[in-house]
Design a protein around this ligand. Structure first.
Ligand code: FAD
Ligand code: SIN
Length: 541
């Protein structure tokens, strides 16, 4: 016992100061981008990078230029706290999967309580694992949803059209009026703002740059985790910067607090997807192929949660010209929200506006189509009312050969009978046999079916779309070295937002809530990281 305490005293009084001196000797200069020395490659840090402190030249580093990263970068700059921001993007172009978002962003409609209920219900059984921590995350998402919409509309994004997606009790998914795709409208507005003269010199976007490592410095000498100084092995190290490599060139070190926004792994078929969901092998995907960056977080002690929770969207378009192509266009859920229906061999088989997991399961319990890819032969059908409400999207899908226009008189008898019954239902004259209660803009009258009425039809199949799992964060977007349900162990100096994080959506994400989480947690992360550069760790609620 006496020997143990003697050793502790020796460690604290002799070893710690020694180690601290060594770190300071190995100091790295605080320029934004420079080639790494051997000390960069170790988990050792530059002097002055050991936590919050007055280092005004230190930028906020954002990794990933999707909506989460862009929201963080913009907020860091306008918060007044950070003088500069460096955004590092692996792909040759910015925008990630965010730029492809097709149905919209949730918020600013109906009461928060109903939104909460819908989200808890959609999260399913997984919500019951650590409900307190999950409730906090969901609570933050929803409490800040109206502000997220105001933030975007305040920048000039038009979000006036509202649709009801699957699993929502009311219409709350917003997209631009006039048919512009929501992901493109939001991402391009944020990029425009960031590249505006206002931020010249303070904002830099580097594309073609892959972050390969997160650097940390043990918390021996800072004041962030005083109590842990006596147990340095239990104290998460402070993040001080990242290494990145540009187009296969030299590694470069970038110093500063980090917002990690690298997205999910639904496009990582042979990597993380294979590890966590081998049963999904052979399914098509809506995500560009790209590796998940989760291992970079695990390497600094971050915990990952719900990694086997992968969302299968019910409706990816199968292009009749190349049905076996793995990367497919999404048939936006909004098509069903605005009135579209799903058919198998001419008959409806499920409530098209149930949650995605339920609709996909219903399809996948039907016989699969033949071919190399695992897919099903389901038709999506829009009447003139639904097609008019989704006109911009319909025009695009027609141009790609994914939808075709047909006269009702050209359809087979089974489909005609289905339409006749559904039209009665949508016009409120019959209860729906599958419990659908919202019919969007359906207007086709059962008495008009043979009088030249036209519908739009395409072939769709369930498709890998989104990963609910990822890094554990708290409601301040801080990355945690503890699991949900455990006492929180914050990794200082790093925040995460967007699809890279886990725990918010449980078993199933509601359509429109990913763009929302990107804006909500991206803004929190950006502000927190900016405040860190000024030496503040105070959390604003
Ligand atoms: P992303 O937008 O994917 O951005 C991550 C970025 O990080 C990428 O650009 C990537 O290249 C970069 N990156 C990755 N690793 C590294 C690294 N090591 N170094 C540097 N950079 C790196 N959600 C909705 O809420 N509403 C919708 O209507 C909607 N529609 C969708 C339609 C489609 C076709 C798809 C695919 C998804 C849709 N989603 C929708 C989901 C939503 O778009 C995404 O979940 C969300 O945009 C993810 O944003 P993000 O910022 O977290 O990641
Ligand atoms: C879609 O447009 O169907 C995708 C919406 C989402 O993933 O939230």
């Amino acid at each position: 016992m006496r020997r143990r305490s003697l050793l502790s005293v020796l460690f604290i009084t002799v070893c710690l100061p020694l180690v601290a001196v060594v770190y300071h000797r190995l100091a790295i200069s605080s320029t934004f981008f420079h080639a790494p020395s051997s000390s960069d490659i170790m988990t050792e840090a530059p002097a002055g990078a050991d936590g919050p402190g007055p280092a005004p030249t230190r930028p906020v580093i954002v990794v990933g230029s999707g909506l989460a990263g862009l929201s963080a970068a913009y907020t860091a700059l306008v918060s007044g706290a950070s003088s500069s921001c460096r955004l590092v993007e692996r792909a040759p172009k910015p925008g990630g999967n965010s730029i492809k978002a097709s149905s919209g962003i949730n918020g600013g409609a109906g009461s928060d309580d109903i939104f909460l209920q819908d989200t808890f219900q959609s999260a399913g059984a997984r919500y019951l694992q650590s409900p307190k921590d999950r409730s906090e995350l969901i609570g933050t998402l929803i409490a800040r949803s109206s502000a997220a919409i105001e933030f975007l509309t305040g920048l000039g994004v038009n979000l006036k059209t509202v649709a009801q997606l699957g699993g929502h009790s009311l219409a709350r998914t917003r997209r631009p009026e006039g048919g512009s795709p929501p992901g493109w409208a939001i991402v391009s507005k944020l990029l425009d703002k960031l590249q505006n003269a206002e931020f010249q010199g303070s904002f830099e976007l580097r594309h073609g740059c892959e972050v390969t490592r997160i650097h940390t410095k043990p918390n021996f000498s800072n004041n962030v985790l005083k109590d842990d100084n006596v147990r340095p092995d239990r104290s998460p190290s402070t993040v001080v910067g990242v290494d990145f490599v540009q187009n296969g060139g030299e590694y470069q070190f970038l110093e500063g607090p980090v917002v990690f926004a690298t997205g999910g792994f639904a496009g990582d078929a042979d990597g993380l997807l294979k590890t966590h969901r081998p049963d999904l092998a052979g399914m098509p995907s809506t995500n560009e192929p790209r590796p998940g960056a989760h291992a970079l977080l695990s390497a600094i002690g971050a915990k990952l949660v719900d990694m086997d929770s992968v969302q299968i969207h019910p409706t990816g378009f199968v292009d009749p010209a190349s049905p076996q192509t793995r990367l497919k266009f999404l048939a936006a859920e909004m098509l069903r929200g605005e009135g579209g229906i799903l058919l198998y061999k001419g008959k409806r088989f499920f409530n098209e506006l149930d949650t995605r997991d339920h609709v996909s399961n219903a399809i996948m319990s039907l016989p699969a189509a033949e071919g190399e890819l695992r897919q099903w032969h389901i038709q999506i059908l829009l009447d003139p009312g639904a097609a008019e409400a989704a006109a911009g999207h319909v025009k695009f899908y027609l141009s790609k050969g994914l939808l075709e226009k047909k006269k009702v008189s050209e359809l087979d008898d089974t489909t005609k009978a289905t339409l006749a019954r559904y039209a009665e239902t949508a016009l409120g004259r019959l209860p729906d046999e599958f419990g659908r209660s919202s019919f969007g803009h359906w207007k086709l009258d059962p008495t008009k079916l043979e009088s030249g009425a036209e519908v739009y039809i395409g072939w769709v199949t369930p498709i890998v779309h989104f990963t609910m799992g990822g890094a554990v964060i708290n409601n301040h977007a801080q990355v945690l070295a503890s699991d949900l349900g455990e006492p929180q162990r914050v990794i200082p100096g790093i925040w995460a937002a967007g699809e890279i994080t886990g725990g918010i959506h449980g078993d199933n994400r509601l359509g429109g809530s990913s763009l929302l989480e990107c804006v909500v947690f991206g803004r929190i992360a950006g502000e927190m990281a900016a405040r860190w550069t000024l030496g503040s760790t105070t959390i604003q609620s």
